[in-house]
Design a protein around this ligand. Sequence first.
Ligand code: NAP
Length: 644
Amino acid sequence: MAEPQQQTPSFTDDDAIIKAALEEAHIPTLMNCLVHLTGDAQIIRGEIRPVLEFFGDAQGGISEAQQAGIRARAFEILTAYRDGDGQLPPDPSSVQVSEMVNFLIGQEVSAEYGDFLTAELALHGEDAYAQPGFETLSDDAKAAFKVVIIGAGMSGLLSAVRLQEAGIPFTILEKHADVGGTWHQNIYPGCRVDSANHMYSYSFKPRDWPQHYSRQAVLKDYFAETADEYNLRPHIRFETEVTDLIWSDDEGTWTIKVTSADGAAQTLTANAVISAVGQLNRPKWPDIPGQERYAGPSFHSTYWEYEHDLKGKTVGVVGTGASAFQFVPEIAQEAKEVRVFQRTAPWMAPVEDYMQDIPKGKHWLLNNVPYYHAWFKFAVFWRNAEGILSAVTRDPAWNGDEQRSIGPENEMVRELFLENIRSIVGHDPELFKKCIPDYPPGGKRILFDDGTWLRALARDNVQLFTDPIVEINETGLATGDGTQHDVDVLVYATGFEASRFLWPMNVVGRKGKVLEQHWDGDARAYLGITIPHFPNLFCCYGPNTNIVVNGSIIFFSECEVRYALGCIKLLLERGERGMDCKEDVHDAYNTWVDAGNAEMAWGISHANTWYRNEKGRISQNWPYSLLEFWRQTKAPDAADYHFV
Ligand code: NAP
């Protein structure tokens, strides 16, 4: 990545390479870079005013002629910079940076966003999510405080990096044989990240991603590389599954029981536990009778069994969520026939570059032009940050049917999505009808599509069935219309036991309180992180920390880990052993979260969704802005806790 303030130019490439790269430039990003390169803020004060809309033109509506003008000017500036001494003008002032932010995102952001956006922009590589202050604590106190992290996926590795920086010893327990969590477990055909990849990155580890939405193996490598770069592997015990977590008030410690790779039970002790087990990894099997009767090969999408050659086979797929959405188009290319069984149709957003490689020129810009990476990442972040949150929030003045749309913006999104479906499968009225969801956009996860899914459904060898599956039997599935569907291979793309947080671990807190009984099917936590009666237990991706249309899960984990580190710091500063969230603080917080979710498409919609738990409560999602979560989790307030 281009380092700011370098002493020599960051590239020496010839004119042809620069010209070609500029063809791929994101013009608003490039214009901000030109301000850095020239010190001339007038560049962004002219006629060109980009409009950054979620579904809009990626160039912010800047005309072709204006783009050509900027490219020509950029060529002059970049070649002069290349041929010069590499010195940049003094940094823009903070007022100028705000102006550049407003220019890039096409709106005046309110002052309350100031700190948050400056941190996120990190122009000089500032570490916005580190928890400061550990350097003032005694080394002995830090060395004596032991943390166990459960899981070596995205959040677990992140926790380890932060604890290492803080000088706190830790051990990671990982049930799999390698790091990567979801990116290790999910290897189904076509698996890729469905958050914009420049946003789905650790803040401290930017990456020149090969695709806008990279494939599973790339993500897996990224996390493996993190483990190696920070030398985390010596701290990880692989193939070690945690069975029990038991808190002792007398000792002020957690006892962690594990089953190791050789099957032996062992016990560890820690002052604090960070649960980084994710929400989406324990497969959920459908409540359809007869699954055990099926005689052919069958498996869940999250544990794909590649040993079954699908060539020439008839494959049955149960489910049309984010996983099926990615693998059905892939397997349709080799199977004789794919029979897809849909209970609820997904809404999908047209995303043109969903499967595209990042072009060579764009790589060049990201890697060579000073500040291009930071501003580009920021543009992607903002576009997806508060994104279309308002479009999935109820408009109180809306008189329409709320199972169709919940406000004018939501209706507009619905029309846009519907038009996209029509443009691809509209020629087949029967298929088109099956593809129209009967709930408002945002009622379930909105999938990203460049047309691949719908084109797959329209293939001659793919059929979409919407009659309910009434049973699974020896040879296949029977649907409610009386049809027997014989299949050679059956794939369950039926999702995860998402709302059973921390399950199947047996977690016992103060006075013998058992977490599963305490929650009774309705998991809650304060900030999604701490749970009354379970001191020094910090959750990543806990209750109500999933997002539907804004941000990335990495953003949330960074906030959660910063908060957990803040709690550990508080314990060490105060010389306390344990901190237990106050019930009234926790309850008031959850009431506020529930009120927020009640106004969102997923809270209003009657559609089946993993966002809702068995009690009918939205236990997965965060309904507010990223700014709100960032602010609330910046540092713990000691007044929210009893010290035990
Ligand atoms: P999912 O979204 O929960 O989808 C499960 C599917 O199985 C749904 O279509 C569901 O229908 C269907 N189903 C469940 N029980 C059924 C039954 N008895 N009869 C018929 N159909 C049944 O699971 P997923 O696709 O694995 O995705 C889960 C989440 O993982 C996603 O929302 C996303 O957050 C994450 N994910 C991310 C990526 C990525 O980033 N690349 C990829 C995959 C998954 P209903 O809709 O009617 O319940």
